[in-house]
Write a new protein. Structure first.
Length: 248
């Protein structure tokens, strides 16, 4: 199996792409790129079994409806609540609430935090993938799945405090990761993962994509599937890191 992970940013700067080859109980990072445009991602999608993207694949349905209603210049037909509970329904997707329930932490809001421009780029990327022949199912059942590297690491039992902003902490985290995952071969890319948080997260995104490909993530329940296909669904690992190689 080949899996790819994308740590997506609003621009190529800050975007990383990782390719991991899963063979005979080993996982080998065979490619890791920084400064990635959409085209290499689309090209790699044609080669892999699963593509994990670290970005919201959609917006909360309530937020989309709200923005549509706001296009009425007079607002005469609408009565917006304005309260905190209402605002939270616009800010967070169903999958965000699920992430909060499972991990104890809220992810960033795609509609009110710093993710909006990146999500807009992701919408364009999904369009390019669709045009290339990839069937897009934002619930994660197809080739593409939404991943959350930090949450995946925490669910696998690692301390992620500060790793995005500190090379020293990334080095410590990577040592812990490779000590547990002795089957993970980083080769020439180990230093890049330490020097770049984007490269680090792209590799973790590829590992999370593997968990999704194996069906070892927490899926939306029957009542959540239709919403997940619109808003996206974060593939959170449902078992230990060792599960990723048990099927090899």
């Amino acid at each position: 199996m080949l899996t790819a992970g994308v740590d997506l940013a609003a621009e190529p700067k800050g975007t990383a792409l990782a390719l991991v080859d899963w063979t005979s109980g080993r996982a080998t990072v065979v490619d890791l790129q920084l400064g990635v445009t959409d085209e290499p991602i689309v090209e790699m999608a044609s080669q892999v079994d699963k593509l994990g993207i670290d970005c919201a694949l959609g917006w909360p349905k309530e937020f989309v409806n709200f923005v549509s209603q706001q296009s009425d210049a007079t607002l005469s037909q609408h009565n917006f609540d304005g309260g905190m509970a209402w605002r939270r329904s616009l800010a967070y997707r169903e999958t965000d609430r699920h992430v909060r329930e499972v991990t104890g932490r809220w992810p960033l809001s795609v509609s009110t935090d710093r993710l909006g421009l990146t999500a807009m780029r992701c919408a364009g990327l999904l369009s390019r993938l669709s045009a290339s022949g990839v069937e897009i199912d934002r619930s994660g059942s197809g080739l593409v799945t939404e991943v959350y590297p930090g949450a995946s690491l925490r669910l696998w039992g690692f301390n992620t405090s500060g790793y995005r902003t500190s090379q020293d902490l990334r080095a410590t985290l990577l040592n812990s990761l490779t000590a547990q995952a002795t089957w993970l071969e980083l080769g020439e890319y180990e230093e890049l993962m330490i020097s770049s948080c984007d490269a680090f997260d792209a590799v973790i995104a590829s590992l999370a994509a593997r968990a999704s490909a194996l069906g070892r993530t927490l899926p939306p329940n029957e009542d959540q599937v239709s919403t997940a296909r619109v808003e996206g669904w974060v593939a959170l690992p449902s078992g230990p890191l060792a599960d990723l190689v048990s099927a090899s």
